[in-house]
Design a protein around this ligand. Structure first.
Ligand SMILES: [Zn+2]
Length: 125
């Protein structure tokens, strides 16, 4: 008798991703609707809290605006962010974007995204 591997629903992919980010950041899980996925206190809460949203899917500009509006400070995406979303985060908000553990930023000179740890090719930052 053989068991066929069950497909993981998109809901579960989101759950699994959220859990992995939580493990990585060491934050506290608050999975209620409307709440951030993960809350991490900065210096035992003395410096406020990071409100982390973990998205398994691609994050577009309208989605990001929604997260900024909800007061998120960090947004993690497994798939990535649209360029306008990264540009918006960089210019109009303090929210930090991460993909696969690396900060994503936007270069206003080249008009493209880059990883913060590599810097942009133009050497602007
Ligand atoms: Zn550049």
């Amino acid at each position: 008798m053989s068991y066929r591997k069950r497909r993981v629903s998109t809901y579960n992919i989101g759950r699994i991703y959220e859990r992995s980010i939580r493990a990585r950041t060491g934050g506290q899980h608050l999975g209620k609707p409307g709440n951030p996925d993960i809350i991490k206190k900065k210096l035992w809460g003395l410096l406020g809290e990071n409100h982390i949203e973990a998205k398994a899917g691609f994050v577009s500009l309208p989605q990001l605006k929604g997260e900024v509006h909800k007061g998120r400070t960090h947004v993690y995406s497994k798939t990535g962010f649209s360029e306008p979303a990264v540009a918006y985060a960089e210019r109009y908000s303090n929210v930090k974007l991460f993909r696969r553990g690396r900060r994503i930023r936007y270069c206003f000179r080249c008009h493209r995204t880059y990883y913060d740890d590599e810097g942009c090719d133009c050497g602007w930052w």
